[in-house]
Design a protein around this ligand. Structure first.
Ligand code: SAM
Length: 291
């Protein structure tokens, strides 16, 4: 747990060639900016030294790109932001860390459950609801390609969404550095990716086209998709929300999940899940047991 920042402490971001006196992140301005990201994306960043430093680092590039010269000016601009500033602000404040086959037990589970669903249903729907670079959704596509027939794979529909428009652009491109592909076994990397530049690989179009990407904010609590999902991945994002937001997001996810469908969250997040329609199966996996 980081200590609360001293009342008058300031953050001065690195590498900005503008007057330091203009770049003090005062507590009042910090709180106003953090309130805005809370309202827009649900990200809860209480005032403490760690979060002040995090926000300062995250906003440095945004301010440079938008020609904003102080936190006060940024705070003012965010009162009624342009669509571009809003998207860039959200993009700057989100954490996109992800990996292929991250928390691998979840994909063993998916592989084990798919045959029964494929047998019983004309379509099996998977939603990667905070998909970041697409690694999670493409892991599902690779798993399907490795384990199921073309006819079965046709029945598997994968939707991947995120609030961050920049990261979605990257996800659609499906190009990854060797570092970003560390979670992938070499034989899978060789089979499904082709090198396109030094240390850069691209997923085969057959697989990248099998995932549909779209922008979606989990704060859209009332949203109901036309068809419900059989598997919802909502991993490593609930940790950024407070209790109220988590409960509202959970209600929305459960409403969009089929009965007997599965909600899969991050291992570090399973403690926060309590829902009358969900039964815990362990390993941060929950099954919807009733409407
Ligand atoms: C740490 S990544 C997790 C990626 C992936 N689920 C995984 O576990 O590897 C968190 C993602 O959540 C997204 N995110 C944050 N707030 C969101 C919101 N309100 N709605 C949708 N996505 C959000 C971020 O943009 C980021 O890409």
């Amino acid at each position: 747990m980081s200590q609360p920042a001293k009342k008058n402490s300031i953050f001065v971001p690195p590498n900005l060639s503008i007057g330091m006196d203009q770049l003090q992140l005062k507590q009042s301005v910090y709180e106003s900016i953090s309130q805005k990201i809370y309202q827009m994306a649900g990200l809860y960043l209480p005032y403490n030294e760690k979060n002040v430093a995090l926000m300062g680092n995250r906003l440095a590039r945004l301010m440079r790109d938008h020609g904003v010269k102080s936190y006060d000016e940024l705070n003012e601009a965010l009162r009624i932001p342009s669509e571009k500033l809003k998207k860039d602000f959200i993009s700057a404040m989100t954490t996109n860390k992800t990996d292929f086959f991250r928390e691998e037990a979840h994909f063993h589970f998916l592989k084990a459950q798919l045959p029964e669903k494929l047998k019983a249903q004309s379509e099996v729907r998977i939603w990667s609801s905070a998909c970041s670079t697409g690694a999670e959704a493409y892991t599902c596509a690779i798993l399907a390609a490795e384990n199921f027939s073309p006819a079965e794979r046709q029945k598997i529909k994968i939707l991947a969404t995120d609030i961050d428009h920049d990261i979605l652009g990257k996800a659609v491109k499906a190009q990854y550095s060797s570092l970003e592909m560390e979670g992938l076994q070499p034989h899978l990397r060789n089979k499904y990716f082709k090198p396109i530049a030094k240390q850069l690989f691209e997923l085969s179009p057959e697989l990248s086209k099998s995932v549909h990407f779209s922008e979606f904010n989990l704060m859209n609590f009332q949203h109901r998709f036309q068809k419900k999902f059989d598997f919802i991945f909502c991993r490593n994002v609930l940790i950024y929300f407070d209790k109220t937001t988590t409960e509202n997001v959970l209600d929305m996810l459960v409403a969009n999940l089929e009965v007997k469908g599965y909600l899969i969250i991050g291992h570090s997040e399973s403690g926060v899940i309590r829902h009358p329609c969900l039964k815990s199966l362990g390993n941060a996996i929950f099954q919807k047991v009733r409407n």
